[in-house]
Design a protein around this ligand. Structure first.
Ligand SMILES: Cc1cc2nc3c(=O)[nH]c(=O)nc-3n(C[C@H](O)[C@H](O)[C@H](O)COP(=O)(O)OP(=O)(O)OC[C@H]3O[C@@H](n4cnc5c(N)ncnc54)[C@H](O)[C@@H]3O)c2cc1C
Length: 480
């Protein structure tokens, strides 16, 4: 057995402020990173090409960081349950360390890897949380139960002292030439491109990959924009949010570093408005944790509705409507603009995520799981917990205490895109149409004939009524 500790990166694609990696370095000077491209996850039908492209970019950046530190990041392309213990054994590693995750698949996989390591007499790091400010077990109600409502969760969570960023390392010892050869025979490969893995993305990325780029984005956002977040965050035509979601999803930035930046912004803020804005952004970070804790405690969320009323809901699931929604051709300009933003850049503004999810479920009466899956196929930041939480909230099938929330797309457009700037940005064929028509969604038929844009595929009021009837029927059935 050598002094080597392998550090298995998963959704923590950085060196700095990485708690598991810091623990590895404390126990040994010889720390080598490994990332396993998992064929169980990397399925082109399930995963967005833009997300894989961002992830591979982060891995390239991480390889550079390891090289600068004097060590290496090794790449495997195999089922981690076999590949990780096999590599550890071939390199005679004394331990494999990694950070724990909330997702059901990850936990099952990690338990299997632990069994494989135990069989070979290789140590591992017991459950270590890195991607969260507070472990799911640490935020509980007075009766020691997990929270199912956000507001009391936030009160408890925000009152707890937050951990500060951890020092990781500037230098670590890597593999010898002989060990590098052994690693190759145990399956280590060169890092492939996203294209080589079957994921083609030719567009730009909304955030450059890697930890340096994520730190830069955080710094830029926390220097000024964060102070106007509350006023700007709901207007999709404005660049008023951080766009850090992909970096947070893949851990290109540590959550303690992010929190510290918000604390510094609070110290530097000069007005009550600025302070309220910074707190509003902190609340979004808490939503991220709320949904991760929920997934950890209630893994059944990944399979379907949380509320009984929606467990067997009679969705209509019209495939033509679904296709129109996916392509941004529903005839509702604000919905279509949002879907085209998603299809074009692999990211959608939060306000619009709520609008399109509400529209799919309440206006088109389509199962939210269809939309949830489509988002995972398209989003750069696609994340099981946040996406599932957002869809369940929008479909009213989740933990949100409000029984049914129905958005009127026209009201949403009038409030949040009053000059139709966002609509015109993403639907070029509507650029010359009057603002009033665009935000009310009432484009006259003579105007529609002149442009290549559909009339509304459904009528909002009628669909709202149908949805409510079905909802009432479900409630009555449950009472029987
Ligand atoms: C239907 C639906 C699906 C969604 N799917 C995802 C998803 O797959 N991945 C994802 O990261 N977010 C998802 N969200 C949440 C939110 O829309 C995005 O996190 C946000 O738009 C990302 O942009 P930003 O980084 O500029 O956010 P900011 O406004 O700058 O927020 C900062 C960070 O807080 C977190 N955050 C913000 N809002 C939420 C929220 N409502 N729930 C959980 N975390 C939040 C994100 O990590 C985000 O990067 C979804 C929301 C809805 C309504």
């Amino acid at each position: 057995m050598s002094d080597l500790i392998l550090f298995w990166h998963r959704r923590d694609l950085r060196i700095s402020d990485n708690t598991g990696l810091a623990a590895a370095r404390q126990q040994s000077t010889k720390v080598v990173g490994v990332f396993c491209l998992d064929p169980n996850i990397l399925k082109p039908d399930d995963i967005a090409s833009v997300r894989v492209t961002y992830m591979i970019g982060c891995l390239q950046a991480l390889q550079e960081r390891y090289t600068q530190a004097g060590s290496q990041l090794l790449i495997l392309h195999d089922d981690p349950v076999q590949a990780i213990p096999r590599l550890a054994l071939a390199l005679k590693a004394k331990a494999v360390f990694w950070n724990w995750d909330v997702e059901p698949y990850s936990q099952k996989r990690d338990r299997a890897v632990i069994e494989g390591l135990k069989e070979k007499g290789i140590e591992f790091l017991p459950k270590n949380w890195d991607q969260l400010l507070h472990a799911p077990e640490d935020i509980c109600t007075g009766s020691n139960q997990p929270y199912t409502v956000y507001t009391p969760f936030w009160k408890n969570w925000s009152n707890k002292p937050k951990p500060t960023p951890v020092e990781t390392f500037a230098h670590a010892q890597g593999l010898t030439e002989v060990e590098k050869e052994k690693a190759k025979t145990a399956g280590v490969i060169e890092l492939p491109s996203a294209k080589e893995l079957g994921f083609v993305w030719d567009g730009e990325l909304i955030i450059a990959p890697g930890e340096i780029a994520a730190q830069k984005r955080l710094k830029e956002f926390c220097t000024h924009a964060i102070e106007e977040y509350q006023q700007q965050r709901n207007f999709p035509a404005t660049d008023g949010t951080s766009r850090l979601s992909a970096a947070l999803k893949f851990g290109a930035i540590g959550i303690r570093t992010v929190w510290k930046a918000t604390q510094q912004a609070l110290e530097n803020s000069c007005s009550l408005e600025a302070e309220a804005s910074i707190r509003a952004w902190q609340q979004e970070l808490a939503w991220r944790e709320f949904y991760q804790h929920a997934m950890y405690h209630f893994p059944e969320l990944a399979e379907g509705a949380y509320r009984d009323t929606f467990k067997n809901f009679p969705w209509e699931n019209n495939t033509e409507y679904f296709q129109a929604w996916c392509e941004g051709k529903t005839g509702y300009p604000i919905v279509d603009a949002a879907m085209r933003q998603l299809n074009t850049i692999g990211w959608m503004h939060n306000r619009c995520r709520m609008i399109v999810a509400n529209f799919l479920t309440k206006d088109l009466l389509i199962n939210p799981q269809w939309g949830e899956k489509y988002f995972m196929q398209k989003l750069i930041d696609g994340d099981l917990s946040a996406n599932n939480g957002g869809w369940q909230w929008s479909a009213s099938s989740g933990m949100d205490p409000k029984p049914v929330r129905i958005f009127n797309p026209a009201t949403q457009a009038q409030k949040f895109d009053p000059d139709a700037e966002y609509i015109r940005q993403w639907i070029p064929e509507l650029r010359s149409v009057d603002t009033e028509y665009l935000i009310t969604g009432k484009i006259p038929s003579w105007e529609l004939q002149a442009i290549d844009y559909p009339a509304p595929i459904v009528e909002h009021k009628t669909q709202q009524k149908r949805f409510k009837e079905r909802y009432q029927q479900q409630k009555v059935q449950l009472l029987r």
